[in-house]
Design a protein around this ligand. Structure first.
Ligand code: APR
Length: 263
């Protein structure tokens, strides 16, 4: 006859064993992304290029500076700067070489970091968030899960896995026109860029898609925050405004003439 104690012991072992196995499998699973992250970061460029989800990718040398771009294009009408935004015009000739407009898919950029317009869960979504997670592969969400979310206005950095970029900086923009929070997104992404000593970064038009921030006010914030940052951070090579919609193409051409004057 089994004593109660023995029955409890048998049940406990029977229940604990699979949980322990699951926990160790989960632990193994959770560390998989760490192994993959280090692998991609230490891989040679040729080897990494064989793994890109998209065969076409752009290097920084393929993307003209704003100064070069403006020489070749008939630009949209200029949009004046915000009246309260002062610029140090003595820096204009250097700063117009430090920014670029790129119209296309941010997941094709082979640069140090691309910025993801994420949500507070960091577990993926539609828009650029969906595109980045699809191109990076499942290890991106596995790493994001360990970060336990990101408040609106804040930013976090992860590996980029199968993406051509080295890192993804995830930021959560505001829903609707909340300038202070959108400014924080740009400032926090640029702060991480400095901390990690990254040289090149690309921003999508944060919050202007599903989150409904009006496009032109958002572009003023993007351009003014990047200008302010570049006036104080000379070691950065390039900051790319990655636009997807023709509407933003026209807006950014108009706005950059005011925040990064060409003459
Ligand atoms: N490359 C560059 N830009 C892109 C891409 C892409 N592959 N796909 C979309 N965009 C552009 C959109 O056209 C828009 O201009 O990114 C900008 C931001 O739009 P959303 O991706 O909708 O981002 P956001 O408005 O910040 O909303 C964030 O959407 O995808 C979800 O999980 C995300 O809940 C979050 C919300």
């Amino acid at each position: 006859m089994f004593s109660c104690q023995k029955i409890v012991t048998v049940i406990t072992v029977a229940v604990k064993a699979p949980i322990r196995a699951l926990a160790s499998a989960t632990k193994l699973k959770m560390t998989d992304w760490k192994v993959e992250k280090e692998k991609f970061l230490s891989m040679s460029l040729d080897a990494k290029r064989k793994l890109y989800a998209s065969k076409e990718f752009k290097q920084i040398s393929d993307i003209p500076t704003w100064e070069e771009y403006a020489k070749k294009a008939t630009l949209a009408s200029q949009i004046p700067r915000k009246t309260d935004f002062q610029i140090d015009s003595s820096l204009n000739s250097s700063l117009r070489k430090k920014v670029s407009i790129f119209q296309g898919d941010i997941t094709t950029l082979e640069i140090d970091a691309i910025v993801n317009a994420a949500n507070t869960s960091l577990l993926g979504g539609g828009g650029v968030d969906g595109a980045i997670h699809r191109a990076a592969g499942p290890n991106l969400v596995a790493e994001c899960k360990t970060l336990h979310g990101c408040p609106t206005g804040d930013a976090v950095i992860t590996g980029a896995y199968k993406l051509p970029a080295k890192y993804v900086i995830h930021t959560v923009g505001p829903r609707g026109e909340k300038p202070g929070l959108l400014q924080q997104c740009y400032r926090n992404c640029l702060k991480i860029m400095c901390e990690k000593k990254l040289q090149t970064i690309a921003f999508p038009c944060i919050s202007t898609g599903i989150y409904g921030y009006p496009n032109e006010p958002a572009a003023h914030i993007a351009a003014s925050e990047v200008r302010k940052f570049l006036e104080n951070n000379t070691e950065v090579e390039r900051i790319i405004f990655c636009i997807f919609l023709e509407q933003d193409h026209v807006i950014y051409e108009g706005i950059l003439q005011s925040y990064f004057p060409l003459n």
